[in-house]
Unconditional design. Sequence first.
Lengths: 287, 124
Amino acid sequence: MNSVLMTTTKSVSRILLGLSVLMNAALAFGAELPEFSALPDWSGTWSRRGGTVFDSGSWTLNGVSTHPSQPGAGVSAPGTRAHPPYNTEWEAVYQEHLALRDAGLFPDPLTRCISHGFPRIFNALAPVEFVVRPEQTWILAEHTRATMRIYTDGSEHPPAEARWHNFYGHSVGHWEGDTLVFTTVALKGWRDNDSVLDRSGLVLSDQAHATTRIHRTRENGEDLLLVEITLEDPLALTAPWVVEKRFYKDAEVTRIFDYECNEYNRAIVDDQGRSMILDEDGKVLNY
Amino acid sequence: MNKVLKVIFIGFSILGCQLATAHHSTVGQIEETSMEINGVVKEFQFKNPHSWIQIMVKDDSGQEVEWSVEWLIPNILMRQGYNPATFRPGDEVRVRLRQHVSGSPMGEFDGAIKADGSIVGRWD
């Protein structure tokens, strides 16, 4: 066999082997990936409207709304829709956190530049991008440079004993028409006291899991992505808790910029939960 | 300002109100009413997670005091049309801010008027 023929044969063999590996991987996942052209258009940037909290009733300070423009702001009693259906133990934790928040002493991990995690990414400030591909959807939040990956390639969650619990957990999903449906497991929760759902101090356990549905719709002439999250937690909640976030399409000229939180962070949190502001020499300015 | 930019500006201005306390809590730390200082910009720290305007201000005894005035995150400021050159070292400024309750020379930025009369931020 001459060298040209041998080289060609090897190249074809490698291509066939590569295709075989890819096909086997796809078959192993049982994937029937949608065509890219069949996926909805979620391009551009989207900005959340409404509060940065899930329990809208917690948008208060000492019983007074800290942001009067927020509809529904006010004191929310346990048992109302806005209030998470905590069991007694976790309700006590939440009330303790709310009291700390009112005193300016809740140690928000964000002050230490720790990323939002899920589901707090849907409370992130600044625009968010939703990058839709057949095998994955990425949610990219400018604030804290957050990235969340949702696998839609037919793969499944790891078995419980093999899960690494982290800020964003593990998400797999599928498309129901134009709606992305995904489940999230392996969250950190409050196990290390560094992952919260919002600054009110709303926390869940590391056994929390969620089902999220996102679809594009129009309301009052505006484009928006409606995010509905059903949170369940056998340790902290007595019933599923459904929360909703709305992201409105920004003008096409909107651009995302870099956000390296540790670039020049002049705020630190002391052991009492106080946010200390430092001058250039490291001296505390505000206490 | 054209209509599109106006909508963006208003939208991000509303967002900016949330961002003022986005990174760290200011609960109970900031005066509700604004005060004014007159001084010269030493440095505009256009950096994450929050921007700071360092301003040299002469106190009643004639001594210079450095004020730290906190503003929004640079990303939001960029979308509002500001940039690192919005304040330059040596700029004479009249600044409106809400001072820290401790009386320290620091506070949250509301707005400023520069020597050429241009307004930065809010000056209602």
